[in-house]
Design a protein around this ligand. Structure first.
Ligand code: 13P
Ligand code: SF4
Length: 357
């Protein structure tokens, strides 16, 4: 459902006062979770803020609270629903908040890739790993095929786990996180096969597929990929340390001083000395917040030319949050995210494997 007209033009003071009231009216009934990329006005209202991994954990641990209001994007709310108790209800204040990276792995296309590996008699040698930024049905696929989910915060340990199960790994949908993590584990460039989804199963190189130790799906995040090696060099020359999210291109992560999830970035900047200069390769809402929180350091976005804003995260406006909360106060649920029962059990298996690694 779209934001009703009577929520569209509220004055800032009224909005704030009604948000505080709705939150207090719901008391223990609703848990507001927010990703680090949320706008400040939404972030301030959250009970918990975190990266994808932390939010999945918090959702899984709070099974008594009837409503989880997820201020993030669709796959995050789906993950919360998969891990929730049967009575819990998950909402996403703007149901249109998606993720182009998740959408880059169309489930039927991933299944067709797997069938190709089966036809080549290779599938049994591969453990599938889906980045949490993916459709619920792909998590289910991983659960059914001895696979697992990962986030940017635990990709390395998850991939280590996967290589203990089988000799090879099929990673989707983020080529950058998959490649970066594989290389960290010692996989060589020549052993990595980039599955270009545009070519479909027929257009892949079968000899290279046979030789690959790691297949990575060719998806990427449009917010993180505009950062370049030139940005890194330019800012380093100006005395900045470079810290980047692993969704950035290899030319950035290979040349950065530090690479990690949003929580990692926050932690590293949080413990740095006054006067440290940071160029940060991640979403701009988080970079701006870090700048405000650490006035004693110099913090800039890694790109001077791009905005690097996640328009999907930004869709969760305080007005959407207010509408969602006030409807819950009135006993009505809007923008519920509900994963189909038939895929939930296997998706949960893959997520619980991740939480157990
Ligand atoms: P985190 O795993 O760091 O929360 O990142 C999620 C995401 O969508 C980054 O683009
Ligand atoms: Fe998706 Fe990129 Fe936005 Fe993260 S920043 S939610 S990966 S589009």
């Amino acid at each position: 459902m779209n934001l009703p007209e009577n929520y569209q033009h509220l004055a800032a003071a009224e909005l704030q006062q009604r948000l505080v009231k709705a939150k207090s009216d719901l008391k223990d009934k609703a848990l507001i979770l927010a990703h680090h990329y949320q706008r400040d006005e939404v972030w301030e209202m959250a009970d918990h803020v975190g990266d994808s991994l932390a939010l999945a954990r918090i959702g899984a641990e709070n099974k008594e609270i009837p409503y989880i209001v997820f201020c993030g994007v669709h796959f995050m709310a789906e993950t919360a629903d998969i891990l929730a108790s049967p009575d819990q209800i998950i909402t996403l204040p703007d149901i249109e908040a998606g993720c182009p990276l998740a959408d880059s792995a169309e489930p039927s296309a991933v299944l067709a890739a797997w069938e190709k590996l089966e036809a080549l008699n290779l599938a049994q040698d591969f453990t599938p790993i889906t980045y949490v930024n993916s459709a619920a049905s792909l998590k289910s696929f991983c659960g059914e095929n001895n696979g697992i989910v990962c986030t940017s915060g635990n990709a390395e340990q998850v991939m280590r786990w996967a290589y203990k199960q089988t000799e090879k790994v099929f990673f989707f949908p983020d080529k950058n996180l998959g490649t970066y993590t594989g290389k960290k584990l010692g996989i060589k460039e020549a052993e990595i096969y980039l599955w270009n989804p545009m070519f479909g199963p027929v257009g892949q190189d079968e000899n290279k597929l046979r030789e690959a130790k790691l297949i990575v799906w060719g998806g990427f995040c449009p917010v993180h990929t505009p950062f370049s090696k030139e940005d890194v060099e330019d800012l380093r020359e100006q005395g900045f340390r470079i810290i980047a999210h692993p969704e950035c291109e290899q030319e950035v992560t290979e040349n950065a001083d530090l690479v990690g999830s949003t929580s990692f970035i926050i932690k590293e900047i949080g413990k740095a000395a006054a006067g440290t200069k940071w160029a940060v390769g991640t979403e701009v809402h988080l970079v701006n917040r870090l700048r405000t929180q650490h006035p004693d350091q110099e913090i800039t976005l890694l790109s001077q030319a791009q905005t690097c804003m996640c328009a999907n995260m930004d869709r969760i406006s305080p007005e959407h949050l207010l509408w969602n909360l006030e409807e819950l106060v009135r006993g009505k649920v809007v923008n519920r995210v509900q994963v189909e029962e038939k895929i939930k059990a296997a998706a949960k298996k893959a997520l619980e494997r991740m939480l157990g690694t």
